[in-house]
Design a protein around this ligand. Structure first.
Ligand SMILES: C[S@@+](CC[C@H](N)C(=O)[O-])C[C@H]1O[C@@H](n2cnc3c(N)ncnc32)[C@H](O)[C@@H]1O
Length: 217
């Protein structure tokens, strides 16, 4: 694991404080009108949240880790995504960090149902996923430098539609690791999951098809 606090799903709080915002805020910003309100599911320590605030979006950040949320400079809600029912709607609901590729179909259905329950009429759900081809192409040692953190995947094991691996993070002499398992969704499986949640695929929001939007039926 490494040093410091960890979330229920094994993320290091320290790592997510060190990682830079990357391309994500720009992708989100480009997908919505100026000033659009955003509900961010699984916000972590605010890596993307803070950049979205600077881009002019009011953001409500949701996570089940109080240790992560303690670093977020926005309205926060400490909750499991599956259980969240705020009774408010947003122009955009953001489901990033490949959460939709969770191994359990019931969790995926619950994440998408929560997204659907919080999207305004005419609004969008924006999802970051591992496209099907990633499951074939990903290799041990793949990764690189993100800010001051070296991030690499190791111990990749494929089992049908499931892929398990360990992410190894290092910054100077410090290191952390996180094991995860994710599930390949082909376009049929993705459409079925969206439909069950009352959502419809809208469009790709990144050239490499790692982000897409969906809208309410
Ligand atoms: C990989 S981290 C990414 C954090 C942030 N999205 C980012 O990109 O910097 C995933 C975050 O989602 C949260 N998370 C995972 N599953 C969750 C769930 N079912 N309910 C609430 N939060 C969850 C974790 O606690 C963690 O902070």
């Amino acid at each position: 694991m490494g040093e410091g606090a960890f979330t229920a799903d094994g993320c290091s709080v320290e790592v997510y404080r060190l990682l830079p915002p990357g391309d994500e805020p720009g992708i989100v910003h480009a997908a919505v009108p100026a000033g659009a309100s955003i509900l961010e599911l699984g916000s972590g320590a605010g890596r993307v949240t803070h950049a979205l605030l600077e881009l002019g979006h009011p953001v409500v950040a949701v996570d089940d880790s109080p240790e992560m949320l303690a670093h977020v400079r926005a309205e926060t809600v400490c909750s499991k995504i599956e259980d969240l029912r705020l009774g408010r709607v947003f122009d955009l609901v953001l489901l990033g960090s490949h959460l939709v590729n969770t191994a359990a179909a019931a969790d995926r259905a619950a994440f998408l149902a929560t997204a659907r329950a919080h999207v305004a009429p005419g609004g969008r759900v924006l999802v970051e996923w591992h496209p099907p081809e990633w499951f074939d192409s990903v290799r041990n040692g793949q990764g690189g430098e993100l800010g001051e953190v070296d991030v690499r995947l190791w111990r990749i094991v494929r089992d049908g539609d499931l892929l398990s691996a360990v992410v190894r993070y290092s910054a100077g002499v410090r290191w952390w690791s996180q094991a995860f398992t994710c599930r390949r969704l082909d376009s049929k499986a993705l459409d079925a999951a969206l439909t069950s949640a009352g959502l419809v695929f809208d469009r790709w929001c990144a050239e490499d098809r790692t982000w897409f939007s969906a809208h309410p039926e």
